[in-house]
Write a protein that binds this ligand. Structure first.
Ligand code: TYC
Length: 110
């Protein structure tokens, strides 16, 4: 029995379960794309490292994404609920700043 079924199941101790239709308000979280932006100064190796470290990409996936951003100007690192996306943007921007690279990272609603 799912949580929704349990919410909808009323037991009056008569031994007979009565199912009534109520609806618990549920909403899937909105998802956000985290985007990396190209620039002329951040080393390719640093971008690959960022993708491995903060987006759990393999070396190969990270390299593909980095090259896509390098060639097209922008690319998707991953898609996450708002709070996770926001955290990753902050982590990337802070990490880039710490290493004095201008790498920019942003997010947009899917
Ligand atoms: N364009 C950079 C270079 O030639 C590499 C780069 C790739 C920078 C992706 C940022 O998001 C980026 N060194």
């Amino acid at each position: 029995m799912s949580d929704q079924d349990r919410d909808n199941f009323r037991d009056d101790d008569s031994g007979t379960g009565v199912v009534t239709k109520t609806r618990t308000q549920t909403k899937k979280p909105s998802m956000y794309r985290v985007l990396l932006l190209n620039d002329d100064y951040t080393p390719m190796e640093f971008v690959v490292h960022v993708l491995e470290r903060f987006f759990n990409k393999s070396r190969d996936e990270a390299t593909q994404i980095m090259l896509h951003v390098h060639q097209k100007g922008i690319g998707v690192c991953g898609i996450y609920p708002y709070d996770v996306a926001e955290t990753k943007v902050v982590q990337v921007v802070e990490f880039a700043r710490k290493h004095q690279h201008p790498l920019q990272c942003t997010m947009e609603k899917v």
